[in-house]
Design a protein. Structure first.
Length: 95
């Protein structure tokens, strides 16, 4: 039986494109959704979070960068606020 899943955010700042790509692929492998350039989120239980943390730590290795794994409780998820402004479509004069 799986433990309680918490919404988990993974945010990273990594210089090397190759390493950054591997981190993104690991997040996708764990079912996380790409929400920003260097951020993923999705539900993970403690066991899967631990596995992902170990994989990401190995992936970063000695390369320059930082990875933050942040589980968020249900109360805080309910308090989440999100703002989104979509780019406006260009209107062409010759259309």
């Amino acid at each position: 039986m799986r433990g309680q899943e918490l919404l988990t955010f993974v945010v990273y700042d990594i210089e090397d494109d190759r390493v950054r790509g591997r981190v993104a692929n690991a997040c996708k492998d764990y079912g996380l959704e790409h929400i920003q350039y260097s951020a993923f989120c999705g539900p993970l239980d403690a066991s899967r979070r631990g596995e992902l943390a170990a994989r990401l730590g190995d992936t970063l290795g000695g390369d320059v960068g930082k990875i933050l794994i942040l589980p968020v409780c249900e109360k805080d998820v309910r308090a989440k606020r999100e703002f989104l402004n979509e780019p406006r479509a260009e209107v062409r004069a010759d259309a």
